[in-house]
Write a protein that binds this ligand. Structure first.
Ligand SMILES: [Zn+2]
Ligand SMILES: [Zn+2]
Length: 380
């Protein structure tokens, strides 16, 4: 890679890191990315995105999409970096500044080879991944129209700078949210027999739903049901009428997701009925799991080896990733590259190892080039 491209993307990375913006508020980030694209004469597609930017290099089919997310988190940065966040309570603690810079680097390299490209590379600088709305918005405005396959990456702080990991099948979890309302009958705390206590019933429900993963789903299928909010009552001597709960369900496959949902509804309703109360469970679908296609994972690993990466084993986690929505429309793969941070993603001291930026951009460039050749060959 030329030094000038490497310098440009390091500069972009530091600028993005200093000026993080929350989901759907990435206005300055969008301006900056547009300006970097324009500097390289890369064609911007005006599809009406409120934030984020979509651009193209090359021409004709096949069309390969590359996606990077660009939003930051409501976290007060606690690093000592000279380029640390200048926006209070906002931080690039998930490395989306890195993803955008790596995609820009790949774009500059692809632009330099535009005449030799076997089709079109569409660049998706996607907003609002952290609240899981950006990918759906991009799909709505037509970002995937004409696209044959899509690839995306996320940094992984647990991997070394030269390590790459991915897997076929589920890569991330189905991330669903639940709300539960238990309605009993309020009473004097000294005379519980004259009411129906929703706190006791709510507690029974919290315990009972833990049997879903231990008793009704195979031990080989990961399931997490976490109740993260439990609200009821407002004083010491009154049994309240209602308890409200909230939580999340994480699964890897559609089958397990459906079974857990059905079990949850049944347990919540029946525990309440057995104790004379009423309970309702409201289920909100979040992003499904990223379902990687084997062929694209294989290509991503092969190119990783060719470009000097060590390919390591990957086990899917129960976190979410809205890249999943794209894979419901077109095939592709999502991969991890090592960012070697001592602190986890979303930690106020999260800090990538800068040495990973340039090789990652070069890798993504090589991957896109070879993916187009592959698509062209297989479309014949
Ligand atoms: Zn994140
Ligand atoms: Zn992220």
């Amino acid at each position: 890679m030329t030094n000038s491209v490497a310098n440009t993307i390091h500069k972009l990375f530091k600028e993005l890191h200093q000026h993080p913006e929350l989901s759907n508020q990435e206005f300055e980030t969008t301006k900056r990315l547009r300006s970097y694209l324009q500097q390289a004469n890369i064609r911007i597609l005006e599809l009406g995105a409120k934030t984020g930017v979509i651009a193209e290099i090359g021409s004709g089919s096949p069309v390969l999409a590359l996606r990077a997310d660009i939003d930051a988190l409501p976290i007060n940065e606690q690093t000592e970096l000279d380029y640390r966040s200048q926006n209070r309570e906002v931080m690039h603690a998930c490395g989306h500044d890195l993803h955008a810079s790596v995609l820009m680097g790949a774009a500059y390299l692809l632009k330099a080879q535009e005449k030799n490209l076997q089709g079109t590379v569409r660049l998706l600088f996607q907003p609002a991944e952290e609240n899981f709305s950006g990918a759906l918005h991009f799909i709505d405005i037509g970002a995937l129209n004409g696209v044959d396959a899509i690839l995306g990456l996320h940094n992984n702080p647990n991997l070394a700078v030269n390590q790459m990991a991915s897997c076929s099948g589920p890569f991330s979890a189905n991330v669903d949210r639940i709300e539960i309302t238990v309605t009993g009958i309020g009473a004097h705390a000294a005379r519980p027999e004259s009411g129906i206590d929703p706190i006791v019933i709510g507690a029974q429900i919290v315990s009972a739903i833990q049997t879903i993963s231990s008793r009704t789903i195979s031990g080989l299928d990961p399931v997490v049901v976490s109740i993260t909010k439990f609200l009821g009552g407002n004083t010491w001597n009154v049994i309240p009428e209602k308890v409200e709960m909230e939580g999340t369900v994480r699964t890897l496959t559609p089958k397990v997701r459906a079974k857990v949902k059905q079990q949850l509804i049944s347990i919540v309703e029946n525990v309440a009925i057995s104790m004379g109360a009423k309970a309702e469970l409201r289920w909100f679908d979040g992003p499904p799991s990223v379902m990687n296609v084997a062929k694209w994972v294989a290509l991503a690993k092969q190119v990783a080896k060719q470009t000097g990466y060590e390919v390591v084993d990957f086990k899917p986690g129960l976190g979410g990733e809205d890249f999943a929505h794209y894979l419901h429309v077109v095939p592709g793969a999502f991969i991890n590259l090592g960012s070697q941070s001592q602190h986890a993603l979303h930690h106020p001291k999260f800090q990538i190892n800068l040495d990973m930026i340039t090789p990652a951009a070069h890798y993504l460039y090589e991957l896109a080039t070879q993916a187009l050749i592959d698509l062209k060959h297989n479309n014949k």
